[in-house]
Structure formats: structure tokens, C-alpha cells
Design a protein around this ligand. Structure first.
Ligand SMILES: *[C@@H]1O[C@H](CO)[C@@H](O)[C@H](O)[C@H]1NC(C)=O
Ligand SMILES: *[C@@H]1O[C@H](CO)[C@@H](O)[C@H](O)[C@H]1NC(C)=O
Ligand SMILES: *[C@@H]1O[C@H](CO)[C@@H](O)[C@H](O)[C@H]1NC(C)=O
Ligand SMILES: *[C@@H]1O[C@H](CO)[C@@H](O)[C@H](O)[C@H]1NC(C)=O
Ligand SMILES: *[C@@H]1O[C@H](CO)[C@@H](O)[C@H](O)[C@H]1NC(C)=O
Ligand SMILES: *[C@@H]1O[C@H](CO)[C@@H](O)[C@H](O)[C@H]1NC(C)=O
Ligand SMILES: *[C@@H]1O[C@H](CO)[C@@H](O)[C@H](O)[C@H]1NC(C)=O
Ligand SMILES: *[C@@H]1O[C@H](CO)[C@@H](O)[C@H](O)[C@H]1NC(C)=O
Length: 902
């Protein structure tokens, strides 16, 4: 390299003019303020044109391109002295400080890209002097203040991106002077005021994006001949949707959700032949749905929910050959559910809840092979559940509650194997509950059959639904005994009231304290239930039932009774989109694959096709949790990566990938050796995959509880894991601004490498599941069972303190070798209560330690006892009593006996 470099220097020596040597000095000064981690300039090479990312035209430096180079530091005002600079791209680095106004001296600058850094302060007014500027991208920084009016004089500007900053004030009227502007994005700021009338002059604009601001007022007349992408969601804009949006048929995306638009949907909507995404939900729109809707062959997403639309759903919807989402919920629509919907084979979500639909549920919906959400609740539908509804079904959410449906619940309901939620409450179903209900092993969110005319006994198979959180069978005519519920370890809410049930109340798996008087109402108004919170069963009965009871007590897996914390699934605008089974899915129009590798030196080596293959190779599975599954992915080059596939990803992610990419890329740049950070991603349809260069051997949870070598994890190794995990969390809590709360701290998210590296994983879950209004969302889950802090029941928020609690649970796992939730605790509740209750039980602290390792040495036992105190402190029921993560780490390190003493 040095030789080649020297050669170039020799060749160029004669042409290196004094101009270039001035540039050399300038670049040297720039590099002093700009240190790279993985790449830095070799300033001892006298020809700067050889430096990485520097391009010259023979006499001077004209382009500097150092995107994603892990640069940290400030952009020095010296930059202004590079008079011939044409392009400056320092995007995706760690630049901080302000943008120097001296940049305005770079008279030739045509492209300025400083996006995705941590720049702050104001946009310098003087940038307006860059009369050649065509491209200005400052997105993804922390720039504040208002947008300078003077920017309107950048007459040659084609592309202006200020997305995702902290800008306030109004949009300058002078933007009307940007007559050649094609791309404008001001989204995700705090801008207020109107969209200026002067925008009428932006006749060449193709993209207009200003979602998530505080804009209000009417839309100015715009040139809908050129506009293709418009997203103004989540503002307070009003007035009617312009009637000329389809005048040229160029429009592809129109997103106006979450505003105050009134009036009707444009009558000629069918003329928008290129429209793929039309979202106008949560406005005050009135009138009927245009009959021309069926002409929109390219339409994928239609959301007009939460408006005041009236009339029927127009016929001819089967013409929407690409439709994946139809959401018309919460309007006042009437008529029947159109039969021809069953011919829309691409349909994935059908939301018609909360309208006045009558008639029956159309037969043949099972032809919609991709359908995963069917929500027809709160209408006036009659008749039965179609018998074939669950034929090869992908249904995840089935909500039919609050209708007038009748007949038996078909036994074929058991074929809906992927259901997470089944809502049939408040109808007129009769007959018995089919025992096939026990086949719905994935039911998690809720099983609600309340307020019907169901009779007979409750099938025993219901007790096998071990993931179910909420069960409601109240207000029916059910009789006989309540079957054993001991295996329903996740259940936190149940209701058997208003039935004809008899016999003793069974121990409910999750909550031994079901005898608490809080639960009386769950059993109220039955024929003859006894025991638990109700008067005790009489002696004769007791004799007959004692077997059942004691079995119940022995086997009861008890979980926090105070902790009503639970998995909360809040299903927001869009619900979970499950990855389709690869062998079934033949999507005629797959949406484009969006992928990126942030780390330059990996970008050549990553092959996304190989990644996709790895996801289907069983032998490559590394670990799995409730958000995701991790696979080993071997690239053609031999490079091995870890690929994490999310179980559920919203199809819309692909459309919002830019924000997501910001977030992921930011995560990557926050590098810390104990945090597992993505190096790239891949998204397509409802597939979302993150890539990592760290390939874990296993998770701590696997190693501690499942691996055959679990006993070989010595105390000093466990202590090392505890410190590593603490360092990772300290980094997230104390080094990140704003502090980053981990959504799911548990031992399956602490990963161990080949050389016993310790890394906290799943940090991106917070970002991916962030249910911001506009990006739609996937299910938000509060954390893992056994790790959820008690206050969650009241706050419904994961906080820094609840992370400390979950970390304390991990410490307890390391110390005791026990699972956070385990049958072995007898009538204890979970690991935390078991550990805290030791002295009350008369156990010494030594007795709860993992005796296989506490007997290793005297030193090990001493350290374990010291750390037990920290673990108990971290799991204190009161969040304010818990140490901060930083303090917890200090305590952990202090607990280590100096080597000299051992
Ligand atoms: C930097 O450049 C000088 C002069 O061309 C060369 O001798 C040296 O080896 C280079 N250093 C690196 C690290 O490339
Ligand atoms: C400098 O960047 C501009 C704009 O991207 C590009 O058109 C030009 O080819 C580059 N010049 C050199 C010498 O690479
Ligand atoms: C920045 O610009 C000002 C005014 O144009 C000038 O006086 C100053 O020397 C410049 N600073 C640098 C470091 O070039
Ligand atoms: C911009 O942010 C800085 C801190 O980063 C603050 O000092 C300043 O007051 C802010 N300016 C405005 C106009 O909000
Ligand atoms: C730009 O727009 C403003 C207000 O709309 C106007 O006053 C000004 O003359 C226009 N021209 C320039 C070059 O800024
Ligand atoms: C729009 O453009 C016209 C002519 O190009 C100009 O007269 C007018 O001032 C501009 N309006 C605004 C608000 O910039
Ligand atoms: C609107 O945009 C189209 C397509 O870019 C362009 O041809 C037309 O001139 C524009 N209309 C006006 C009034 O400038
Ligand atoms: C829309 O709302 C505005 C007030 O915000 C009202 O003046 C206007 O008449 C409404 N238009 C329609 C069509 O309802």
C-alpha cells in the first residue's frame, strides 16, 4: 500500500500545485476535529487525493464522501476554506456540535449531506448563500430552532430533507420560491402553523412529507400532476381532501391519517390508477365510499377507519387485486359484508368492526389464504360461524363479539391453530363448548365466550391453554365442575360468574391466592361453587374432592399474586402480520425488498439471498424468544453472521423503513462491547430481519437452565456474566441520550459468545415495537414472565427501574441456578418472592444459593452472599428503593474479592 501510495505521490508531484497544498493543510486541520474509529485519514501522505473518500480534480479537493465511517467529533469551520468543494457527505457518523456557518463560503457546493449524526443547534442562515446547492439533507439529527426564511433563496434546490430533528416554528413562506424542488420532507419535527399558500408554486414537487408535526389549517392547492408520495399524517390539518388528487393518476401514496379532514372521499378515486397506499383513518370524513374503489388494481392498503362514513361498502371490490388491508372500522356503514371480498386472494386484514353491518359472515372467506385478522365485532351480523372458516387458516385474530350470531361454535374452530385471540362474546351461540378449543395452543391474548347461551360442562381441554392470559366464560348456562386449571400458568384474569357451575373452585395455575376475596366476583352467581374465596365446601364434598385439591396444590405453579403484571397486547392501528409459510405463499406482487448494511467493511460480504435461505434451515437455529428467532447465516464468502427474524412484522415497516433505518443505524453507532448491535437489516413484505456480526453460542438462559453443561458454569464465570450484562445496561441507561429502556431484560436476551463474551441483546425491540401513531405498530409486550416488576400493573410502562428489577432476577438465576418461574417453589410464588421469603421460611441465605457452586471455595461463597444482597436490593418491590444500574454495577464490582485474597 505504502509503495503504491508513494508511486502516486511521485506521479502527481509535479501537478500538486500550491492550491492543493493549501487544501492539504485544511484537511489536516479538519481531521484533528474529526476522529474516525474504523477509518481515519493518513495525514502523513502529502497528497490528500489519495486519502479515503477524498476526490480531486487535479488542482483542488472537490468531493469528500465519508458516510458511515464511525467519525466522531465536530465539523470545523475550516471547512469553509475548501473553495472548490462540490459535494460533502458526512452522513451516518457521530458528528456533534453545530453546523458551522462557514460552510457558506464553499461557493461551489452542490450537495450537502449531514444526515444521521448528532448535530445540534440551529440551521445556519448563511447556508442560503450556497447558490449552487441542489441537495440538502440534514435529516436524523437533533437540530432545533426554526427553519430560516432565507433558505427560500436556494433557487436550485431539488432535494430538501429535514426529517427527524427538533425543529419548531412555521414552514417559511419563502419555500414557495424553491421552484425546482422535487423532494421535501419535514416529518417528525415540532413544526406548527399552516402549509404555506406559496406551496402552490412548487409545481415540480413529487414527494411531500410532513407527518408527525403540529401543522393545522387547510391544504393549499398543489400540483397533483407531479405529486407521487404525500404523507401528512398525525397533524391537525383540516378542510376537505382535494378533488383533483387523481387528475393525472400519478399519485402512489396518500397518507392523511390522524388529522381533522372533513367532507367526502373524492368521487373519482378510481382514477388514481397508481395508488398503492391510501390512508385517511381517524379524521371526520362523511358521505359514502366511492363506487369507483374497485378500479384500484394496485391498491395494497386502504384505511378509512374512525370517520363518519355512511352507506354500504361498494360492490366490485374484487377488482382491488392487490389489497392486503381493508380497514373501515368505526364508521356508520350499513348493508352486508360484500360477498366478492372472498375473491380478494391477497387480503390479510379485514377490519369492519363497529359499524351497522347486517346479514351473515360471507362463506368462502377461507379462500383468502393469507387472512390473519378478521374483525367483524360490534355489528348486527346474524347466522353462524362458517364451518370452513378455519380451513388451512392463517387467522391470528378472530373477533366476532357483540353481534347477533347464533348456532353452535363449530368443532372446526380447533383448526385455527395460529389464533392468539378468540372473541365470541355477546352473541347468541348455544350448544356446548367444543373440546377442540384445547387445540388452540397459541391462544394468548384472550378467549372470551361470555354472554351467550352455552350449556354443558367446560371441556377439560381448556386447561391446556398454557399461554392464555385472559379467560371469560361468564353469563352462560355452563354446568358441572370447573376443570383443573393448574397448567394455565399465564392466566391472570378469569371469569366464571353467572353460570350453573358446581363443586370446588380449582386452584388456578398462576395465582394460588385465588382464594383472595378479590376473586369472589369471578365465581359469583353460580349454582353451587365452594371453596377458595367462597364459603368452604362441606365436609362430605371435601372428602370426595380432596384428591383433586391436593394435586392442585402440589402441582400449582405459582406466580406473583401481587404482580398482576402480565403480557399486555395492545393492538394498535395495524395488528400483527405473521410471516407467511414459505411453501404456501406465492405473492404475485411482492413488495420491494429493502435492505442495508451499515458497516462499510461488511457491505461486500453480505448476501441477502443467503440470509433468507438461512432462515429456513432448522439446523441454523441459535435461539428463540417471544419476539424473534435467531439463526446462523453463512455467507458465500464464508463469513458467519447472526440473523434475527421477528415473529411478527408489520407490512408497513417497509414503507417506513427510513425512520427505522435511522434508529437501527443509530443503535449501531452507539457501540459498546456488551451490547449486541445490528450491522444491517432486511425487510420485505412482513419479513423483518436484523443482522449481527456477533454470533452467539447460546443465551445465558439456555446455558444456565437447559444446557447439559450447566453445572460447569463456575462462579467466577457467572460473576463475569453479571458484570458484563450490567455494563451493557449501564451503557443503555447512562450513556445514551435519552436513556434507553430495554423492553425485555431476561436471561434469554443475555448472549454468550465463543470466547465467553457477554452481550445484552434485543435492544432494538424498543424501537421496532414503538407504537408511534404513524408507523402503525405491532404488539407491544411488557416483558417476559417472571421478570416483570410489580409496579408495571399500575404504570403499564417499562422504566429504567423495572429494568433494574429484571436484572436483579437474572442475578438471582445466576446465584440460585433456578428458573424465574418454577414449580419447585412449592407454595412460594416466583424466584423473587422465594428469595425474599427465605428468612421468613427460616432458610439461611446460604440455603438458597446454588450449592453446586457455592461450595467451590470460601471466596465463591463470600462473593455470592454479597451479590445476593445486591440481587435482593434490585428486586425490591418499591422502584424507588432499587439502585440505579450504575450503582448496581459498582456494587457488583466491589463484591469481587481481590485475587490476592483467594
Ligand atoms: C501513510 O502514508 C505514508 C506516506 O505515504 C506511508 O509511509 C505510511 O505507511 C502510511 N501509513 C498507513 C498506516 O497507511
Ligand atoms: C463528485 O461528486 C459529484 C456529485 O455526486 C459527482 O457527480 C462527481 O462525479 C464527483 N467527482 C469526482 C471527481 O468524483
Ligand atoms: C469563518 O468565517 C469567518 C467569517 O467569514 C472568518 O473570519 C473565519 O476566519 C472563518 N473561520 C475559519 C476557521 O476559517
Ligand atoms: C436548542 O438546543 C440547545 C441545547 O441543545 C438549547 O440550549 C437551545 O436553547 C435550543 N434552542 C432553541 C431555539 O430551542
Ligand atoms: C421569495 O419569497 C418571498 C416571500 O414569499 C418573497 O418576498 C421574495 O421576494 C421571494 N424571492 C426571493 C429571491 O427570496
Ligand atoms: C409564486 O410564483 C409567482 C410567479 O412565479 C410569483 O409571482 C409569486 O410571488 C409566487 N408566490 C409566492 C407566495 O412565492
Ligand atoms: C405540474 O407538474 C407536471 C409534472 O411534473 C408539470 O408538467 C406541470 O407543468 C406542472 N404544472 C404546473 C402548473 O406547473
Ligand atoms: C369542514 O369544516 C369546516 C370548519 O372546520 C367547515 O367550515 C366546513 O363547512 C366543513 N366542510 C364540510 C364539507 O363539512
Amino acid at each position: 500500500m505504502a509503495f503504491v501510495g508513494g508511486w502516486v505521490v511521485l506521479l502527481c508531484l509535479s501537478s500538486i500545485t500550491t492550491v492543493l497544498s493549501t487544501d492539504l493543510e485544511i484537511l489536516k486541520r479538519l481531521s484533528e476535529d474529526l476522529k474516525g474509529e474504523r477509518s481515519s485519514w493518513n495525514t502523513s501522505d502529502v497528497n490528500p487525493c489519495n486519502w479515503q473518500g477524498v476526490q480531486c480534480n487535479g488542482v483542488s479537493v472537490i468531493n469528500i464522501t465519508l458516510s458511515g465511517m464511525h467519525l466522531k467529533g465536530i465539523l470545523s469551520p475550516t471547512i469553509g476554506q475548501l473553495q472548490s468543494l462540490n459535494m460533502l457527505d458526512l452522513s451516518k457518523n457521530g458528528l456533534f456540535g453545530e453546523i458551522p456557518s462557514n460552510l457558506s463560503s464553499c461557493k461551489s457546493l452542490s450537495k450537502l449531506i449531514l444526515s444521521e449524526n448528532r448535530l445540534s443547534g440551529l440551521i445556519p442562515k448563511d447556508l442560503s448563500k450556497l447558490s449552487s446547492l441542489q441537495w440538502l439533507d440534514l435529516s436524523g439529527n437533533a437540530i432545533n430552532g426554526s427553519i430560516p426564511e432565507a433558505l427560500g433563496s436556494l433557487a436550485r434546490l431539488v432535494h430538501l430533507d429535514l426529517t427527524y430533528n427538533e425543529l419548531t416554528g412555521t414552514i417559511p413562506d419563502s419555500f414557495g420560491n424553491l421552484s425546482v424542488l422535487e423532494f421535501l420532507s419535514l416529518s417528525q419535527n415540532s413544526l406548527e402553523g399552516n402549509i404555506p399558500q406559496a406551496f402552490t408554486n412548487l409545481t415540480l414537487l413529487q414527494t411531500l412529507s410532513a407527518y408527525q408535526n403540529n401543522l393545522f389549517g387547510l391544504l393549499p392547492p398543489l400540483n397533483w400532476t407531479s405529486l407521487q408520495w404525500v404523507n401528512l399524517a398525525s397533524n391537525n390539518l383540516s378542510g376537505t381532501i382535494p378533488t383533483d388528487i387523481c387528475s393525472s393518476g400519478a399519485l402512489q401514496v396518500l397518507i392523511l391519517s390522524n388529522n381533522a379532514f372533513n367532507g367526502t372521499l373524492p368521487e373519482n378515486l378510481g382514477a388514481c390508477g397508481a395508488l398503492t397506499n391510501f390512508r385517511v383513518g381517524h379524521n371526520v370524513l362523511t358521505g359514502e365510499i366511492p363506487a369507483t374503489l374497485g378500479k384500484l388494481e394496485s391498491l395494497i392498503y386502504l384505511d378509512a377507519s374512525q370517520n363518519h362514513l355512511t352507506g354500504p361498502v361498494p360492490t366490485g371490490l374484487s377488482g382491488c387485486k392487490s389489497l392486503a388491508l381493508l380497514n373501515l372500522a368505526s364508521n356508520t356503514l350499513v348493508g352486508t359484508i360484500p360477498e366478492d371480498l372472498v375473491n380478494v386472494s391477497t387480503l390479510q386484514e379485514l377490519h369492519l368492526a363497529n359499524n351497522d353491518f347486517r346479514g351473515i359472515i360471507p362463506h368462502g372467506l377461507s379462500q383468502c389464504k393469507l387472512l390473519n385478522v378478521l374483525d367483524l365485532s360490534k355489528n348486527k351480523l346474524e347466522g353462524g360461524i362458517p364451518l370452513d372458516l378455519c380451513n388451512s387458516s392463517k387467522l391470528v385474530y378472530l373477533r366476532l363479539q357483540e353481534n347477533m350470531l347464533s348456532g353452535h361454535i363449530p368443532t372446526s374452530i380447533g383448526d385455527c391453530r395460529q389464533l392468539l385471540e378468540l372473541q365470541l362474546g355477546d352473541n347468541s351461540f348455544d350448544g356446548t363448548i367444543p373440546s377442540t378449543i384445547g387445540s388452540l395452543i397459541n391462544l394468548q391474548v384472550s378467549l372470551n365466550l361470555s354472554i351467550n347461551h352455552l350449556t354443558g360442562s367446560i371441556p377439560n381441554s381448556i386447561g391446556t391453554l398454557s399461554k392464555l392470559v385472559s379467560l371469560d366464560l361468564s353469563h352462560n348456562g355452563l354446568s358441572g365442575q370447573i376443570p383443573s386449571l393448574v397448567d394455565m400458568v399465564s392466566l391472570v384474569s378469569w371469569d366464571f360468574s353467572y353460570n350453573l357451575l358446581t363443586g370446588p373452585i380449582p386452584q388456578v395455575g398462576s395465582i394460588l391466592n385465588s382464594s383472595s376475596s378479590d376473586y369472589v366476583s369471578s365465581y359469583a352467581h353460580n349454582s353451587d361453587l365452594c371453596g377458595g374465596p367462597l364459603p368452604s365446601c362441606n365436609a362430605d364434598e371435601l372428602k370426595g374432592q380432596s384428591k383433586v385439591l391436593s394435586f392442585g396444590q402440589v402441582a400449582a405453579i405459582s406466580v406473583a399474586s401481587i404482580i398482576i403484571a402480565l403480557l399486555i397486547f395492545s393492538c394498535i392501528t395495524l395488528a400483527v402480520w405473521y410471516k407467511r409459510h414459505p411453501s404456501v405463499s406465492i405473492d404475485p406482487t411482492p413488495s420491494p425488498m429493502v435492505s442495508q448494511v451499515f458497516v462499510p467493511h461488511f457491505s461486500q460480504a453480505v448476501n441477502f439471498e443467503s440470509v433468507k435461505e438461512a432462515l429456513q434451515t432448522k439446523g441454523y437455529l441459535i435461539s428463540s424468544n417471544h419476539f424473534s428467532t435467531m439463526y446462523k447465516a453463512i455467507m458465500p464468502s464464508g463469513l458467519i453472521l447472526a440473523a434475527k427474524k421477528f415473529h411478527s412484522a408489520e407490512k408497513g415497516l417497509v414503507l417506513h423503513y427510513k425512520k427505522l433505518a435511522f434508529d437501527l443505524d443509530k443503535l449501531w453507532r452507539l457501540s459498546h462491547e456488551n451490547v449486541m448491535q445490528p450491522i444491517g437489516y432486511l425487510m420485505q413484505d412482513n419479513l423483518a430481519v436484523l443482522l449481527y456480526d456477533f454470533v452467539p453460542v447460546c443465551s445465558l438462559g439456555q446455558r444456565l437452565h437447559k444446557s447439559p453443561e450447566r453445572t460447569s458454569l463456575s462462579w467466577s464465570m457467572r460473576h463475569q456474566v453479571a458484570i458484563g450484562a450490567a455494563q451493557g445496561l449501564v451503557f443503555l441507561h447512562h450513556a445514551c441520550h435519552p436513556p434507553m429502556v430495554h423492553m425485555d431484560v431476561n436471561s434469554d436476551n443475555i448472549f454468550l459468545g465463543h470466547h465467553f463474551e457477554v452481550k445484552v441483546g434485543d435492544i432494538e425491540v424498543a424501537k421496532l415495537l414503538d407504537p408511534t401513531k404513524n408507523t402503525g405498530s405491532v404488539s407491544a409486550v411488557a416483558g417476559s414472565f417472571g421478570y416483570i416488576a410489580p409496579e408495571y400493573a399500575f404504570t403499564m410502562q417499562v422504566t429504567l427501574q423495572s429494568n433494574v428489577y429484571s436484572f436483579g432476577v437474572i442475578l438471582l438465576e445466576l446465584l440460585t441456578g433456578r428458573l424465574p418461574v418454577d414449580e419447585g417453589f412449592g407454595d412460594g410464588v416466583d424466584l423473587v418472592r422465594w428469595a425474599h421469603g427465605a428468612s421468613a421460611r427460616g432458610d439461611t441465605p446460604e440455603q438458597i444459593l446454588d450449592s453446586r457452586i457455592s461450595t467451590e471455595s470460601f471466596v465463591a461463597r463470600q462473593e455470592m452472599l454479597a451479590i445476593l444482597k445486591i440481587a435482593l436490593l434490585c428486586t425490591d418491590a418499591s422502584p424507588t428503593q432499587r439502585p440505579r444500574m450504575k450503582k448496581a454495577l459498582e456494587l457488583l464490582v466491589e463484591a469481587k474479592t481481590p485475587a490476592i485474597a483467594s
